[in-house]
Design a protein around this ligand. Structure first.
Ligand SMILES: NC(=O)c1ccc[n+]([C@@H]2O[C@H](COP(=O)([O-])OP(=O)(O)OC[C@H]3O[C@@H](n4cnc5c(N)ncnc54)[C@H](OP(=O)(O)O)[C@@H]3O)[C@@H](O)[C@H]2O)c1
Length: 322
């Protein structure tokens, strides 16, 4: 096969998991300040299947054909002119270009050097590829947006998922009292990760069991059982709801104002420096990375179907062999 081409998952139209197929496409070339990375593993996120179906970031990516994926762990193949911080052979991970197209479901990805960070040394590429988008979301919500401090009470909905399992660990690391929502089978694991209390959302409405919360990190949204709106009830006066899945509707903003609490929309951003800090926590044994299942690149559709079922513990990852 030509060294000028590579395998990538492409889709020619919006639709179900069956629209994803592998084909050979041109291999990217790094521009000045960019780094070409040989992808070992690519993480899967809900925004991938939402975009595949025509929502998510589809409005930004435009009409297919395009290649999905934003989470990469791999090895630097080549650096563009001017890059001084990375060199060929370095192991890196990142969430480059988001929310523009990053083409991560592929054998090679190019992106600006500073959107990458050194891969955590103590985990393999599969686990490293599970980190960037989910952990940056958790970090930017818990640390940069809510400024969680020791002793605060933090409620995290969908705590057993990709973002949630990092948010639990970051909030606990900061000394917060962490309350998680998850199905009962996940509670022992969430306790190991640092949750002080867990509520089984299938049996109990969390607003009946939880109160005096300083920060809600909501990963479920109003589309499911009005979760964002219900979470306003558990906040202390002046408390903050970070509404992650679908932003803040006018109705939610009005309800928050009436309740005397704050609410903010949120969208994750590339941040190599934060990924370096997160790698430090992983390598120090402070933060664990949960990968429930891996799929080869050719089975990206099956991986999406698995994720869309909404029951993933931690993350799903595509393995990419070269
Ligand atoms: N705005 C942004 O920048 C941004 C960034 C990342 C993610 N997101 C969005 O945030 C959401 C979560 O992302 P993710 O990657 O963490 O998803 P995920 O890994 O697919 O979430 C799966 C988890 O959701 C749990 N769950 C499902 N319904 C629940 C409910 N009603 N209450 C509590 N838990 C429930 C499941 O727990 P059980 O198995 O215990 O049922 C499962 O562990 C998605 O909508 C995603 O698109 C937004």
């Amino acid at each position: 096969m030509s060294a000028d081409t590579m395998r990538a998952v492409v889709q020619d139209g919006f639709g179900g998991p069956e629209v994803l197929r592998v084909e050979r496409v041109p291999r990217p070339v790094p521009l000045p300040t960019e780094v070409l990375v040989r992808v070992h593993a690519a993480g899967i996120n809900p925004v991938d299947w939402k975009t595949r179906g025509g929502t998510g970031m589809a409005g930004l990516l435009g009409e297919p054909p395009f290649t999905l994926g934003w989470d990469v762990s791999g090895v630097v193949e080549e650096v563009g002119f001017g890059v001084t911080t990375l060199k060929a052979g370095d192991e890196v991970y990142g969430m480059p270009w988001f929310p523009r197209v990053a083409n991560a479901y592929a054998e090679y990805v190019t992106a600006p050097a500073r959107q990458w960070a050194r891969k955590p040394a103590t985990i393999d590429h599969v686990h490293a590829a599970a980190v960037p988008l989910a952990a940056l979301t958790a970090w930017q919500a818990v640390v940069d947006t809510a400024h969680v401090t020791a002793g605060q009470r933090v409620l995290i909905t969908a705590a057993a998922g990709g973002v949630g399992h990092f948010a639990v660990q970051f909030a606990r690391h900061l000394g917060a009292h962490v309350i998680a929502t998850a199905s009962a089978a996940r509670h022992p694991w969430l306790k190991e990760l640092g949750a002080n209390e867990s509520v089984d959302y299938t049996a109990t409405r969390f607003e009946d069991a939880v109160k005096d919360v300083d920060v809600v990190i909501d990963l479920v949204g109003d589309a499911h059982d009005s979760t964002s709106t219900r979470s306003l009830k558990v906040l202390r006066p002046g408390g903050l709801l970070v509404a992650i899945p679908a932003g803040v509707s006018p109705e939610l903003a009005q309800a928050a104002e009436a309740a005397g609490v704050r609410v903010t929309p949120f969208l994750v951003e590339p941040d190599g420096a934060a990924l370096t800090a997160i790698a430090g926590l992983i390598d120090a044994g402070e933060v664990a990375v949960e990968v429930e299942e891996t799929f080869p690149l050719e089975q990206a559709g099956a991986a999406h179907a698995r994720g869309e079922a909404g029951r993933t513990r931690g993350k799903l990852v595509l393995t990419v062999t070269n």
